[in-house]
Design a binder for this molecule. Structure first.
Ligand code: SF4
Length: 259
């Protein structure tokens, strides 16, 4: 039995869609959404990813939402076939590993990504909470770009400053394309934004930072309220004292009915 047949992934879904966040907003991406997350952000819009479903759903034709379901876990060889079927020539700008937290699947990714890169020939982009540097180090050689979060305690309820710092430094050292996403809401503590700006500037002030106003989530354990226009302007001003690029971009995919 080859190592390829031993690999299995615990997935939520695979589909083709328009990226709605961060540096790659507007591009067409092929998404592999992994199950499981070890964080519990107040604003989470993906709580269905926190556990492993019995079945994952797989789009058959890019963008057609003609999903079929398959039992978890999924053999890596089968996942490769699904990617190949979706990977129409010239359609996708990159392949996105998302979740949940994809780095909880680092041992799988270490074996899967070299095969994926060989067959799909698409840039591989990782969306992550940015709090697992040890697992990042395992998969970094197979990544082209990374979008990491900095979780503000006042907004997310998570406190991961040290891990974020190590994580960002690893990305910078590896010369992958990197950007940082900071979700803000009405309760954001500006002192935490200053701390986040310093954390990024200590690695490189040229790393792009995206302030993403939280999208209200009805089912969250505490109400998520978007920041006011005045708050957003103040916070961008504050962060630009330390950083070259601070952009404000909401979740655009939700405005145009994307997944
Ligand atoms: S890291 Fe992402 S998936 Fe995990 S709880 Fe936070 S928002 Fe949800």
């Amino acid at each position: 039995m080859t190592s390829q047949t031993l690999l299995t992934a615990r997935l939520i879904e695979i589909f083709s869609a328009i990226q709605g966040e961060g540096l790659n907003v507007g591009t067409r991406q092929l998404f592999i959404r992994f199950a499981l997350c070890d964080l519990r952000c107040h604003f989470c819009d993906s709580t269905h990813t926190w556990s492993v479903p019995k079945e994952c759903r797989v789009e058959q034709t890019p963008g057609q939402r003609d999903f079929e379901t398959y039992p978890n876990p999924v053999p890596g060889s089968l996942l490769l076939q699904w990617v190949e079927r979706q990977n129409q020539l010239g359609l996708h700008d990159s392949l996105t590993l998302t979740g949940g937290e994809p780095l909880l699947h680092a041992p799988f990714l270490v074996e899967f990504l070299p095969q994926l890169r060989q067959s799909a020939k698409l840039p591989v982009y990782l969306e992550t909470g940015g709090h697992r540097p040890e697992q990042l180090a395992m998969v970094l050689p197979y990544l082209d770009s990374v979008g990491m979060d900095i979780k503000l305690p006042s907004v997310s309820g998570e406190d991961r400053w040290q891990a974020h710092s190590e994580f960002l430094q690893l990305c910078h050292n590896a010369s992958v394309e990197i950007f940082v996403k900071v979700i803000v809401d009405r309760n954001t503590d500006p002192a935490e934004l200053e701390q986040a700006a310093k954390l990024v500037a200590d690695v490189s002030p040229k790393i792009p930072v995206f302030l993403q106003p939280a999208t209200p989530v009805e089912a969250s354990k505490q109400p998520v309220v978007s920041p006011s226009p005045e708050q957003i302007l103040d916070w961008q001003t504050l962060m630009k004292r330390a950083l070259c690029s601070v952009r404000v971009v909401p979740q655009t995919h939700k405005m145009i009915g994307q997944l």
